[in-house]
Ligand binder design. Sequence first.
Ligand code: ASP
Length: 468
Amino acid sequence: MSQNEDNTQNEDYKGYRGKALEKLREFEAKIWSDVEIATPGGNYVGFILPRSETADDLHIVVKLRTGYNIGVACRKVTDIKINGRKVANYKIPEQDFPYDKRKPRVKLFGTGGTIASRLDYRTGAVIPAFSPGELYGSVPELADYCNLETEKLYGVFSENMGPGQWKGIAEAIAKEIEKGVQGVIIGHGTDTMHHTSAILSFMLQNTPVPIVMVGSQRSSDRPSSDAALNLIHSVKTAADSDIAEVLVCMFGPTSDQYGLLHRGTRVRKMHSSYRSTFRTIGDIPIAMVDRNTVTPIRNDYKHRRNDKDFILKPYFEDMVGIVYYYPNMQPDIINSMIDNGYKGIVIAGTGLGHVNKPLYPALKRARDEGIAVYMTVQTLWGYVQMYVYETGREMMGLGVVPAANMLPEVAYVKLGWALGQTSDLDKVKDIMLTPVAGEITEREPSNGYLIYQGGIPEVEEFISKYKK
Ligand code: ASP
């Protein structure tokens, strides 16, 4: 065994190599030691964490008392005082959910994502390693609301979700509704939660019970994690609320005042790291939720029922794609999709729904070869309006169909779903332009764009500073 292998495999200094390892050895500071590290810039108090195997050999990683992890440059370390050592055990106990016959039965399906993750200190990455039973073990309040049953369907980050998983989830929910479940929760990575919420709204229509998608932006080992509260809000919604729709349940404002329930076809992840990342686009959210109450903020939602008259349509044509237009885009992109057998293309165009003239011959070719092409807007808010400018009218002449105010991702999954049912383009158009679950609305509410972007209290607080 080489010196290097010896070092990286040494449990006491797990993951550390080179200069960082030398520094730790100098002070006999092993991983999980409770330390005070002195540097000219200040002292750091906390636990030494194992180091990611792929990370550099120049930093020592410390979990500070605040719960945040920082990397201290080892060349700056002048002293390490050891106050103790406690090897952490990150296994969360699996616990059986307590049964109370007066409470509703709710099913939680796990699919992966940060909500089902904890930090893997070996690689430094967040890994899906957290079963639904462990979720209960860490958030026991869930038992106040319902009898929760859990089942792990998948264990992936949400970029790996796709048609196979979408169908699998829709079918699994349908089985639960048949068995009389009173609410369903789907734990899911946030990155593509809005794709899944949209496709489930199409695949599983007229649900008699709430279907609530939930995730978290920050993993549960972090003090600012939103995992527990989002989970509590989703369980409250699934168990008690009167809203029988596919919903996304995530933080409303940036702080933990309340969650918002967004309609599955009108929601989008809008911030890469804020916990309040999900926003209803082109509309207002359906309701607010806290630990005690679900408060509707609109009244046109579908209500909970006792029947099982839902419709299951788990279809999807894989050969569909989105093209995000940018200035100077060349027709080769559209041509290659045609050459590769794509059956449907959604364009996210500029402004009211435009692309440049060099793309026209490729669009004409797509039409002549029987490919369904739909236009959406990059602005996200607002409608495609192809009658206003010459460009729009010309493109409609080339067979491009305006998709009203469907969000690009929603139009993408709907087109895959429509083409999964028929290849008759007139029928596809009928399906595409007939609203199923709020994906096309007659108008945008005038207050939606301005007010609900930051959460009502935050906007009011902001404005009050200027309105004295
Ligand atoms: N990359 C993760 C996912 O979407 C992020 C998250 O869960 O929030 O699976």
